[in-house]
Design a protein around this ligand. Structure first.
Ligand code: CTP
Length: 403
């Protein structure tokens, strides 16, 4: 289940041209299982109608007039009061100023003042307004009071100017929401190091030896660890995926680069999850120039790469903190036996065995069917599930091992 599932989110929308993007945010949050109550200021209503929000959330959207209606006494404290989170996106300079001074002349600012839930502001405004000292000082005041401010993006502004002031993309806003909801989670204050993707070993400047790993399981683990409140470092090869918002990302190509990055990060980490499909062999000699057809079929001699988990196993006794190391076993036969051997030879606390012969599990698909094998001999067979669900379970098990 996603961290957004069942969460009560109040979405404040203010009068910016970016207000139309808030409808997409409301829709995506609702699709992820959140209960979204939208509150529009009267200037937001000039850009977008409450009906749009009602249509995508399936719930009534509130407007300023409701502050003076029959339910006003309930609404003005009620909306923000039982929320898990209040996000104002887009948030204009005007609303930022009102919030900084505790003004409460609209349903949204009243709700924000009466709310004790975490407050996220996503400022969006045109040329120069964001950088103005008045706005910056107001934001500082709000930050000091605990508000979480999302930096606006740079780029084209509605006025035609270019600058800082754009509302970030929906996935980024959702990433920040997840970060705030994850506070105090199972892995709060823990550092989690995750590798993802298939390494690429060059043969010449244009060709590489690689594998079918999409990186999905590793990225899903990174998101699940973030959702548990961890500080995540993702060591990744090039993939088509977007890393979770808030993760530190280290881009690598080869097994050697991945090894070097892991060895630097591991001593400071509470957990390492090696989800990457690391090349076992690379070309002994890499041609500086493109290998040409005229030279005939090349004879490529391979050599072994270092085993990253074995290198980490050698380091473990020197590291003073309690650490959990998990690996994956991509197997097409004798799955249990091969995975158990890897668990032992790589000195792991947990290995997730993957039957790559099935066409609905393993490389390049959305789902996985994993068997978890623990160092103490326990095993757990997970049914077919999405890689995100599998990631959530692995993170829970690791959190339990870290306790
Ligand atoms: N792994 C590693 N370094 C390597 C190769 C693999 O750290 N050079 C890690 C993988 O990230 C995975 C685990 O070891 O977590 C098992 O990887 P897998 O490819 O299944 O096994 P190998 O050890 O490479 O053995 P084989 O390919 O012979 O099955």
């Amino acid at each position: 289940m996603s961290i957004l599932s069942g969460k009560r989110i109040v979405l404040g929308v203010t009068g910016s041209i970016a207000a139309y993007k808030a409808a997409d945010l409301a829709s995506k949050l609702t699709q992820a299982g959140a209960r979204v109550d939208a509150i529009l200021t009267s200037s937001a209503e000039k850009f977008i109608s409450p009906l749009t929000f009602q249509s995508v959330t399936g719930r009534r959207a509130y407007i300023d007039k409701d502050l003076w209606g029959n339910e006003a006494h309930v609404l003005h404290v009620g909306l923000g009061h039982d929320a898990d989170l209040l996000i104002i996106a887009p948030c204009t300079a005007n609303t930022i100023a009102k919030l900084a001074y505790g003004q409460s002349d609209t349903l949204l600012t009243v709700s924000a003042l009466a709310s004790t839930s975490p407050l996220i502001l996503s400022p969006a405004m045109d040329g120069g307004m964001y950088d103005h000292p008045a706005t910056q000082e107001n934001l500082d005041t709000l930050r000091k009071r605990g508000a979480y401010i999302i930096e606006p993006s740079e780029g084209h502004l509605a006025s035609g100017l270019t600058g800082k002031g754009r509302l970030p993309e929906t996935y980024e806003l959702i990433g920040h929401i997840r970060l705030v909801l994850a506070r105090g989670g199972l892995l709060a204050e823990k550092k989690v190091l995750i590798t993802a993707g298939g390494t690429q070993e060059p043969l010449d400047p244009v060709r590489v030896l690689t594998n079918r790993s999409s990186g999905r399981q590793g990225y899903a683990l990174a998101q699940a660890a973030m959702d548990a409140g961890a500080q995540v470092t993702l060591v990744t090869t090039p993939t088509s995926l977007t890393p979770p918002v808030g993760a530190e990302v280290i881009q690598v190509n080869t097994a050697k680069q991945m090894l070097d990055a892991v060895l630097v990060e591991f001593p400071e980490s509470d957990t390492l999850i090696m989800a990457a499909a690391v090349a076992d062999f690379r070309a002994k000699e890499v041609s500086n120039d493109k290998i040409k057809k005229e030279g005939g079929v090349p004879q490529i001699i391979l050599e072994a790469t270092d085993d990253i988990l074995k290198a980490v196993a050698g380091l473990r006794s020197e590291v003073k903190r309690k650490q959990i190391v998990a690996g994956f076993a991509a197997e097409s036969q004798d799955i249990f036996k091969n995975a158990s051997n890897k668990l032992q030879s790589k000195n792991l606390d947990l290995i997730a065995a993957n039957d790559i012969s099935a066409n609905d599990a393993g490389f390049s698909v959305e789902t996985n069917r994993l068997t978890l094998i623990f160092a103490d001999g326990r095993t757990e067979s997970l049914p077919l599930m999405s890689k995100s669900e599998a990631a959530g379970i692995i993170i829970e098990r690791i959190a339990a091992l870290l306790e």
